[in-house]
Design a protein around this ligand. Sequence first.
Ligand code: EPZ
Length: 418
Amino acid sequence: MDKFKITGRQGLSGGIPVSGSKNSSLPAIAACLLTEEPVTLHRVPKVRDIGTMLKLLEHNGATVEHLPGGAVRIHAAKIVNPEAPYDIVKTMRASSLVLGPLAARTGVARVSMPGGCSIGARPINLHINGLEHLGATVYQEHGYIEASAPNGLRGATVQFERITVTGTEDLMMAAATAKGTTILENAAREPEVVDLANLLTAMGANISGAGTSRIVIEGVERLHGAEHEIIPDRIEAGTFVIAGVMSNSEVTVENCVPEHFAALLTKLRQAGARVEESASSVQIRPVNRLRSVDMTTEEHPGFATDLQAQFMALMTGALGISFVTENIFENRFMHVPELARMGANIRIEGRQAIVAGPCDLTGAQVMCSDLRASASLVLAALVARGESILDRVYHIDRGYENIEAKLAGAGARIERVA
Ligand code: EPZ
């Protein structure tokens, strides 16, 4: 398994480019199942989770073509296998995003229960309830969910008892060709939901309200092919902005949409960071010392849970006490014991982590556990005194494209060792 070797305290400079969004590409790929015509997606990042999703679509019967410049052309002319098998789903839970599209396109969907992951139980009961509201019959056996809608799906009002990003995306795709009007109440407002609505609209869907908590989908007869550019990855961008602030550098994070991670930028300014933004970049400038600030994760437009671990790493170097509260997932503090090995002073009390700073971190051998916890270890290693070895970097490869090349390109001393 690959490792990263990082020598800290190098400082960053110049520009760090951001790739297309993993969490927008995943539902966009699933949406290609909704039409028998080809769909071309631009700026799909080359990360493991995307490879897994494309493999799943080929399993369903689609052809996948990688075009020059990183675009992907997906053609689901016919569906031969309306299922997401266990061996694919167990490596990537977002495979449940094919549930709605397969049920809508073929009237049948068989999707392995995702199973938990290190950050929580990750149930998909809200996806299932929503599909049943649209007229599907759903039952579970042998670890699989079977949804069937032999007479097609029909529009309905779906009230999400809890905000769910992929639940909103799954149901929006299922409703696009259902008979009649679907209203999603308490829908997720993430930029990735808006991006998916834009793709579906380009395919001929009739959707309004994406980005608000009430989305209205007028079912249409059929969807056609389209071409679409995936939005930049706001979590990758936020991770690099934190890297710049943490290493007290003058650095620019490029090809991003700052308003997609406005909550992070507000928090960084409250902590005393100097952060300027343009329409497509964020410029960080050095300051002498950061103040500790409290942070609570919330659904968008609140502070993204996917940036919680990275922000916590930043707070280890700030002056004072920071209360970090994780409201979205039940077990998303896996990075804490690893940061402690590097000298961080963090105590966990239930959903809250209490970070005392500043701590001068020292390099150590640490273990990556989940995607974003691993990103926080990279950030900590960049500022720690001495050398760090990060094991199991395949966790990082799931969601960051060439992270070591991007950081090395800005002056970091980071290399991948087999
Ligand atoms: C999406 O996961 C993202 N993944 C996650 O990013 C992100 O952390 C999460 O949204 C929250 O922003 C993708 O978009 C592919 P949820 P998702 O459904 O949709 C509970 C990363 O690092 N829930 O919004 O699975 C759930 O357990 C990943 O890129 C139910 O109870 O998250 C959680 O506590 C990690 N029943 C909360 O809701 C359901 O049916 C929010 O989950 C669905 C969710």
